[in-house]
Design a binder for this molecule. Structure first.
Ligand SMILES: CC(C)C[C@H](NC(=O)C[C@H](N)C(=O)O)C(=O)O
Length: 316
């Protein structure tokens, strides 16, 4: 089996100033994830690595760069899932850690549970020796400015949720195992304690070797209503291609509940798709040592991995 990785850096609107940072960030994440797969690493290791790279990148709404809740704090959700045995781990409303995806993986591997939240997740992080960092370290000037603007009485709630940048990855490894990972700061100025789709199995992501893996982004409350990630895999089980399954599920979410979003999909046989009903979604994929990436509908750049790695080391 030839390995494949697909990543996304969030759907919705991406403002011009952030486009380049997003392209660079998703390309870097896809290359890192692919590097893991090429060395014989598992799909699980690859998606964790790709998501971690975007959590550390302040251009995205995950880890450092997460949007703020109504009180001006970062509260993050993340999930990881192993398609081999349907094992999954998630955290919700976690604060003061750099990499929620790492904590989600620890929940999967070190507990009998699937989802830890808020204070309990914090205690677990301490017990696992995950370093606690000051909340301010996750806050960028951009997210603080947005939060302040949203508090103004004449602010437009639609503008609230533009240009965010949730992150996710799906992969299939050389043994044919699939995995998914998703991480987010959620929606801007959300209520304290709001948990979105990202932490919920079947909504923010799903992975099953018998069909494939998917990671989602978009309006969380809509994604949860249609259980978007699982819905896509259901369509694939019924014989649809990843692209057709993604489009059908996104269309259903739009017509049934009026929600927009984006998804990445990989099938167990290595077919992939990156589809969205929003205006944009940053995405990148590597298969057969060839990198593809884009942001707008129909935009698709192609480079060889060697060429991409060379321009990466030059700082793009
Ligand atoms: C508004 C959307 C299109 C922007 C998108 N947000 C999420 O994916 C949020 C996540 N699903 C949740 O609800 O917690 C983004 O961050 O790029």
């Amino acid at each position: 089996m030839r390995p494949v990785i697909v990543v996304h850096g969030g759907a919705g609107r991406i403002f011009k100033e952030r486009e380049e940072g997003c392209r660079t960030g998703v390309v870097r994440a896809a290359l890192r994830g692919y590097g893991v797969l090429k060395q014989g690493g598992s799909a699980l290791d690859a998606v964790e690595e790709a998501v971690r790279s975007m959590e550390d990148d302040p251009h995205f709404n995950a880890g450092c760069g997460s949007v703020l809740n109504e009180k001006g704090e970062v509260e993050m959700d993340a999930i990881i899932m192993d398609g081999k045995n349907l094992a999954s781990g998630a955290v919700s409303a976690v604060k003061c850690i750099a990499n929620p995806i790492k904590l989600a993986r620890l929940v999967m591997e070190k507990t009998k549970h699937m989802l830890l939240t808020d204070h309990g997740a914090q205690l677990f992080a301490q017990a696992m020796g995950v370093p606690e960092i000051p909340g301010e370290k996750l806050i960028t000037e951009r997210s603080r400015e947005r939060w302040k603007k949203n508090l103004e009485p004449d602010s437009n709630p639609v503008e609230f949720q533009k240009d965010l940048g949730t992150v996710g990855a799906v992969a299939v490894d050389s043994e044919g195992n699939v995995a998914c990972a998703t991480s987010t700061g959620g929606l801007s100025n959300k209520l304290v304690g709001r948990v979105g789709d990202t932490a919920c199995i079947g909504s923010g992501g799903y992975a099953d070797n018998s069909s494939g893996a998917t990671s989602t982004t978009g309006h969380g409350e809509s994604i949860m209503k249609v259980v978007l990630a699982r819905l896509i895999l259901y369509h694939m089980e019924q014989g649809m291609s990843p692209e057709m399954a993604a489009d059908t599920a996104l269309e259903y979410m739009k017509t049934r509940v009026g929600g927009l979003g984006g998804v990445i999909v990989v099938s167990s046989s290595g077919e992939w798709a990156a589809r969205f009903s929003t205006k944009q979604m940053s995405w990148a994929t590597v298969k057969d040592d060839e990198l593809h990436y884009g942001i707008y509908t129909g935009e698709r750049h192609t480079k060889s991995v060697d060429e991409a790695l060379a321009s990466e080391s030059e700082g793009f």
